[in-house]
Design a protein around this ligand. Structure first.
Ligand SMILES: [Zn+2]
Ligand SMILES: [Zn+2]
Length: 341
């Protein structure tokens, strides 16, 4: 079968490798579609701590069960499924406290390798984070379950009111996913800070209440203008830059909430205005990954048709053109690309 391997920064390799056989508690998934992700682009450009090379990669995918192990009883060959690539152990300190996103062995069974024809899925994913795919939902849209789970998990940490004003910093894939989830949850006043005109237009089409065409550093006044001088009830940082993390605090109202969503390079630091944290009681949240509860909620949103999933996928390419899809993403073109083996 064809599989794409990441050999090091900037180095992709298309290889012909054997089709895997499932262990007794595993399944082998025939990939229906995989989606590109900013994390994959980062891994390709400069490496990623969770993906040491050489490695298969691609962590947003959906497909059909091609083979199942002897002890797997919950699904059958031929079932079309959607899933996320990790599953918690269920028994460690964090799992017992419903903080499964921090499970100490979460990454040990990380099912990387969506950029291929087949992929083995471990027991822990099958047990917790694998669902039937409705027949009417295309594989590429079903593959949004993983990034949507991250977004839903972050928003679950907040208290939201329908009349809240939210400001999203950044109109890349993750910023736009926040936009569509907030809209699906009934949020009306969702502003997006986006300088790139093409991305701003996309945000508008996806239901943004308004666009603030500035850099994050220059957006403070515009945010105060649209919030009666208070600042936003909820600010969501989606750029993964320490300077923007710092600035995000200044866009929130007293008593407001800030989600610092974008993971910055390790070793970087950000400092915070103590007055804003204490006297203005701005609440900072920094969600990582997702829990099974968030995955279930994301599954319900995605399969209920409340998310305009099709509009988040800019184009579809065969696996052999994965490099081209990443080139487009690097140039800031498109949101997500579907890759079909
Ligand atoms: Zn991703
Ligand atoms: Zn655990």
């Amino acid at each position: 079968m064809q599989a794409v391997l990441l050999l090091g920064p900037g180095q992709l390799s298309y290889q012909d490798i054997p089709i895997p056989q499932p262990g007794a508690d595993e399944i082998v998934l025939k990939i229906g579609a995989a989606l590109t992700c900013g994390t994959d682009l980062k891994a390709l450009l400069r490496g990623h701590p969770k993906m040491p090379p050489p490695t298969r990669f691609g962590h947003e995918y959906a497909g059909t069960i091609a083979a199942r192990g002897a002890r797997v009883t919950t699904v059958r060959e031929g079932d079309e499924v959607m899933l996320v690539p990790t599953g918690p152990c269920g028994s460690c300190f964090y799992c017992q406290r419903q903080q499964e996103n921090l499970c100490t062995s979460l990454m040990e069974t990380y099912a990387l390798g969506g950029y291929a024809e087949y992929l083995t899925i471990p027991a822990r994913v099958i047990r917790t984070n694998l669902f039937p795919k409705p027949a009417g939902l295309p594989f590429a849209e079903a593959a949004l379950l993983e990034p949507l789970s991250c977004v839903v998990f972050g928003l679950q940490q907040t208290t939201l009111r329908p009349d809240d004003t939210a400001v999203i910093i950044g109109a890349g894939a993750i910023g736009l996913l926040h936009l569509v989830v907030l809209r699906a949850l009934g949020g009306e006043r969702v502003y997006v800070i986006a300088r790139n005109p093409q991305r701003a237009k996309t945000a508008q089409d996806l239901g943004a209440y308004g666009i603030i065409p500035r850099s994050a550093e220059e957006a403070r006044e515009a945010v105060l203008d649209v919030t009666a001088g208070r600042g936003a009830d909820l600010v969501i940082e989606c750029t993964a830059q320490p300077r923007v993390w710092e600035e995000a605090l200044f866009l929130a109202r007293p008593g407001g909430q800030v989600i610092l969503f974008g993971g910055c390079p390790s070793g970087t630091a950000a400092s915070f205005d103590t007055y804003r944290l204490h006297y203005d009681q701005v609440r900072i949240l920094s969600p990582f990954h997702f829990t099974p509860e968030a995955v279930r909620h994301a599954y319900e949103l995605l399969t209920s048709g409340k998310i305009p999933a099709n509009n988040l996928i800019s184009d579809t390419y065969p696996l052999a053109q994965l490099t081209h899809a990443f080139d487009l993403l690097q140039r800031g073109e498109g949101i997500k690309y579907a890759v079909v083996p």
